[in-house]
Design a protein around this ligand. Structure first.
Ligand code: NAD
Ligand code: WQD
Length: 342
């Protein structure tokens, strides 16, 4: 136990962060968390501690606070950082672009400065398939051009990636793994940690889940006239525990000193809005009402990954299917109808 490598997870109290903690502990790492609880609660950390059977060292601080962040590196022998702390609401990013650039981009710069000063140059970054913009071909592999993001949130992820590429070009001691997530959904199988959006969910899966549990009346399906099999948008939904495993594989890969690598984390399988809805109805044995509405601005018709590279180079592959995603998501939502405050 004592010679476990320490992994700092920024944003580690968030939805994906707590699931990563489970995976990292299982893989033999010691997680520590920096989070300012902007979009999370300490209850999430308590819940994950119950799953892993140990306490997680937690620093309640803002990644923009350079001094406080530097202290975390002085107090711990950190092997690698998994950088998840970010703001992620697409609509809000259009209303508050400066806030998004500040937290996501300046936050990354400050973190990397602190890391360089502490001589910790191993970094795994949460990026997003949104950096590919409107797909030019499917499935999307890592060679697909990036750019053309339709909102500031997406641009922050692209800028974060570019900053990392420039830093790596200037100093080859860095090892950086950029993980481009497709659409993470679901929960740990215990149903004790999960996605707990504040206010009205922006994303499809938590919205469906809240309709099923009775918090919302019906789902609005944003467009049924796309060039897809049933006319609704197609995405590559990936179980959050598979995604979390991708981080453990990335941290392991870092020990090989890989330089800078970029990997898609997706299943390679696309599902439409209505297919996800049906899968969720099957998992919940409930009828989930919906109405078709106009398209949402900035949405693409279809996007799914070619995830082969992550398998070839990190030995990672998504194992769970759409039914597991829906069953696990429902276990969390039905046990915790109001999230962590239930
Ligand atoms: P989340 O909001 O649940 O987690 C982000 C965490 O960062 C939160 O706990 C929040 O409190 C924390 N945070 C925000 N600003 C901070 C700051 N200034 N200092 C310290 N902590 C701060 O989101 P998530 O879904 O878990 O996403 C994690 C990462 O994955 C983010 O970088 C997000 O952009 C990226 N991502 C998410 C998705 C998705 O669909 N959920 C898809 C692609 C990429
Ligand atoms: C999926 C599909 C919608 C809600 C966004 C961000 C991306 C990433 C993940 C990361 C689309 C449809 C949705 C609803 C609907 N964020 N939909 N009714 O758009 O692929 O990606 O989240 O941090 O950057 O852009 O995911 O879940 O919002 O939408 O019909 O109430 O569901 O039109 O086809 P998306 P999503």
């Amino acid at each position: 136990m004592s010679n476990r490598k320490t992994i700092l997870i920024t944003g580690g109290a968030g939805y994906i962060g707590v699931h990563c903690i489970v995976s990292l502990v299982k893989a033999g790492y010691k997680p520590i968390v920096v989070d300012n609880l902007y979009n999370a609660t300490s209850d999430a950390l308590k819940a994950v501690e119950a799953i892993i059977g140990e306490q997680v060292q937690f620093y309640n601080l803002d990644v923009l606070d350079k001094e406080a962040l530097a202290k975390v590196f002085q107090e711990n022998e950190i092997f690698a950082v998994v950088h998840m702390a970010a703001l992620k609401a697409v609509g809000e990013s259009c209303a508050m672009p400066l806030k998004y650039y500040h937290v996501n981009v300046s936050g990354t710069i400050i973190l990397m400065e602190v890391m360089r000063e502490a001589n910790v140059k191993n970094l795994v970054m949460s990026s997003s398939a949104t950096v590919y913009g409107t797909p030019q071909y499917l499935p999307i592999d890592e060679k697909h051009p990036v750019g053309g993001c339709t909102n500031p949130y997406g641009k922050t992820k692209l800028f974060m990636e570019e900053i990392m590429q420039d830093v790596y070009a200037s100093d080859k001691e860095w090892n950086i793994i950029v993980l481009r997530y497709f659409n993470p959904i679901g929960s740990h199988e215990s149903g004790t940690i999960g996605e707990d959006p504040k206010g009205i969910p922006n994303n499809l899966a938590p919205y469906i889940s809240q309709v099923a549990v009775g918090l919302r009346e019906q789902l609005s399906v944003f467009g049924d006239d796309y060039d897809t099999p049933d006319g609704t948008g197609v995405r590559d939904y990936i179980h959050v525990m598979d995604l979390a495993e991708g981080h453990s594989c990335a941290v392991k890969k870092i020990t090989e000193k890989p330089g800078l690598k970029i990997y898609n984390l997706g299943t390679g399988q696309g599902y439409s809005v209505l297919q996800l809805l049906k899968a969720f109805e099957k998992a919940t044995e409930k009828n989930i009402p919906y109405k078709v509405c106009p398209r949402r601005a900035g949405d693409i018709a279809a996007g799914y990954a070619d995830p082969k590279l992550a398998e070839e180079e990190m030995g990672w592959k998504a194992e769970k299917g759409i039914d597991d995603m829906c069953t696990d998501m429902w276990r969390w939502q039905s046990k915790n109808p109001n999230g962590y405050s239930s």
